[in-house]
Design a protein around this ligand. Structure first.
Ligand SMILES: Cc1cc2nc3c(=O)[nH]c(=O)nc-3n(C[C@H](O)[C@H](O)[C@H](O)COP(=O)(O)OP(=O)(O)OC[C@H]3O[C@@H](n4cnc5c(N)ncnc54)[C@H](O)[C@@H]3O)c2cc1C
Length: 367
């Protein structure tokens, strides 16, 4: 195969480009803004599989966790791995039983999960304010971790470039170049430049359907905004992810903390609401971590989460096309090193069986 054009330098496009160059392909990556400018650079970036279903999707994410470590060994650096461990706490009636069931399911898949009592929670995260009474369940997941996605992207892109890949940043792919109605032969950029390629891999995340529309395909995407709140530097020693009922909190470097809650994401509609919801997230976090009492919000971001319509990854050539390949997934930070390697092998015709549930035709319709 001649040149392969990869559109988008998020965690997915960068990983695909890396693994393609490792297989000897000539790759040109085109990025609208800068590597990491999309969802990847504004992600909670938690590498985990503890609540992923169905089973094949759990296994894909668990393989993603291992692939980060394997890639770190391969490259001789784990500089993108920012911290380790996850403590999940649930309160309310049935919390202990629900977590015990979850841990049993995870153990059946050999996933690391340890039930903790109140005393052990206090020893692990002394600064956490636990409710004095009522039911409380807690589980620690020692093998989960979080990353700096932009550092990951920079690292794999640097290796790809060392192997001959080219990167064009700050120029948007305006349209696909077609040599016949179904045959993509390259991309035309907003600057007017044309890059030819035998295969174009669309890794534009939540924008994946835009260019694909030119080929008379629609993709059923259900991408949703998320709210990430970054605190100012705080005087705490918390060094793990804590999920306390809905609230997720973790260190984010320089003493800052990152706050997220899926329930809050569901309430995002107008810009005015964002400020109110960000304050609500901080107020909730302060109840759990009194050390945040006088620490304010430094910033917030509302990235669009790439989400295929059924929540599962979308990976492959639509309609059996030979020259066009689409990639869109949630949990891309967890999946990237593993899924990127699978996609490169798929492009080489190896048709990995684990990709079968994620083929794009299930969510694509001809217009
Ligand atoms: C709030 C939030 C929290 C999340 N938390 C987690 C988590 O804890 N763990 C996890 O695993 N995942 C998480 N995710 C999901 C994860 O961040 C995404 O699945 C992942 O970042 C997707 O990567 P990507 O490379 O596919 O897309 P993106 O990172 O969006 O990259 C797409 C790139 O394509 C570029 N682009 C778009 N259109 C064009 C064009 N026409 N021409 C050229 N370039 C173009 C964009 O500039 C962008 O850089 C979260 C997402 C959100 C929003």
């Amino acid at each position: 195969m001649g040149e392969i054009v990869v559109i988008g330098a998020g965690v997915m496009g960068s990983s695909v480009a890396y693994w393609l160059t490792e297989r000897g392909h000539s790759v040109h990556i085109v990025e609208n803004a800068y590597p990491g400018a999309g969802a990847s650079g504004a992600s909670f970036a938690w590498v985990n599989a503890n609540a992923k279903s169905p089973g094949h999707y759990h296994d894909l994410n668990a393989a993603g966790m291992k692939a980060h470590r394997a890639l770190a060994d391969r490259l001789g650096t784990d500089r993108w791995i920012a911290g380790r461990g996850h403590l999940e706490i649930r309160t309310g009636q049935g919390a202990i039983g629900a977590l015990a069931d979850k841990v049993a399911r995870l153990h059946a898949r050999s996933y690391g999960a340890e039930i903790l009592d109140r005393h052990a929670v206090g020893a692990l995260v002394p600064e956490l304010a636990l409710p004095g009474d009522g039911e409380l369940g807690a589980v620690f997941y020692p093998d989960e971790f979080w990353i700096d996605p932009t550092v990951y992207i920079a690292t794999v892109l640097a290796h790809a470039v060392r192997s001959g890949a080219r990167v064009t940043s700050g120029d948007r792919v305006a349209r696909l170049v077609l040599s016949a109605p179904e045959t993509v032969s390259g991309v035309e950029l907003a600057s007017g430049a044309v890059i030819g390629g035998d295969l174009v891999v669309n890794c534009t995340g939540a924008a994946v359907a835009d260019l694909t529309g030119q080929l008379s395909w629609t993709i059923a995407m259900a991408s949703t905004p998320g709210l990430l709140v970054y605190t100012r530097a705080a005087p705490t020693t918390l060094d793990t992810i804590v999920r306390f009922d809905g609230l997720e909190i973790r260190p984010d470097g320089g003493g800052r903390f990152l706050l997220h809650d899926h329930g809050v994401d569901g309430q995002l509609a107008t810009e005015a609401q964002v400020a109110v919801l960000a304050q609500h997230l901080l107020d909730t976090a302060r109840k759990r971590f009194p050390a945040l009492a006088n620490v304010g919000i430094e910033s917030w971001r509302t990235p669009l989460r790439p989400l295929p319509g059924d929540g599962l990854p979308l990976v492959g050539r639509p309609g059996g096309a030979s020259s066009y390949y689409v990639v869109a997934t949630h949990s891309g930070v967890t999946l990237a090193p593993h899924l990127g390697a699978l996609i490169a092998s798929d492009i080489d015709g190896e048709d990995p069986e684990v990709l079968r549930p994620y083929r794009p035709d299930r969510l694509m319709t001809r217009t």
